[in-house]
Design a protein around this ligand. Structure first.
Ligand SMILES: Cc1cc2nc3c(=O)[nH]c(=O)nc-3n(C[C@H](O)[C@H](O)[C@H](O)COP(=O)(O)O)c2cc1C
Length: 149
């Protein structure tokens, strides 16, 4: 992820191929939420059955460390970073990790993952906006108590 100021707020948006079963997602999420709360990370994770898409944001140093762990995690592979960079403010500040069940998005994520070309930034932005909007209205997740108070 390169060098940056430790306290600079950064974000990462990636897609990957899921290598776990549906019943293994909840334990992953529980652990991620605990860690993120402790580390000051926020984000949203979409699971489509075959793929993940995740937005993760927080202080650059700690974000880089967790991204290293995520990249080495055997529960997925083919991690493709679609966007990363500094941000002025959090977009998912309410969430340790919002969870979105995105079965309908599996084909789209597969295309994104295997596309040979560099993806047009507008397309990446659009997808990310969808994810953020969905996280913003994820009432079911909100009522699970994972939303920060
Ligand atoms: C798709 C995916 C998303 C993940 N997201 C996070 C996350 O947001 N925060 C986190 O701490 N770990 C996340 N993990 C888990 C990490 O890869 C790693 O297992 C974890 O950080 C190790 O934490 P532990 O030492 O507390 O077990 C994710 C893993 C996968 C496969």
């Amino acid at each position: 992820m390169g060098q940056h100021q430790a306290d600079t707020l950064r974000e990462v948006f990636y897609v990957s191929r899921a290598l776990l079963g549906p019943d293994e997602v909840q334990p992953l999420l529980t652990r991620a939420r605990l860690n993120n709360q402790r580390l000051g990370l926020t984000g949203a994770l979409l699971y489509s059955g075959g793929h993940f898409a995740q937005v993760l944001e927080g202080p650059g140093e700690v974000l880089a460390q967790v991204m290293d762990a995520i990249a080495r995690d055997a529960r997925h592979d083919q991690l493709r970073c679609l966007q990363q960079g500094d941000i002025a403010q959090r977009r998912l500040g309410d969430w340790d990790m919002a969870f979105l069940n995105g079965q309908g998005a599996d084909d789209l994520l597969q295309q994104l993952l295997w596309s040979e070309q560099d993806l047009p930034p507008e397309r990446v932005q659009r997808l990310m906006q969808h994810l953020l909007a969905a996280a913003g209205s994820a009432d079911q997740v909100r009522s699970s108590g994972a939303r920060n108070s």
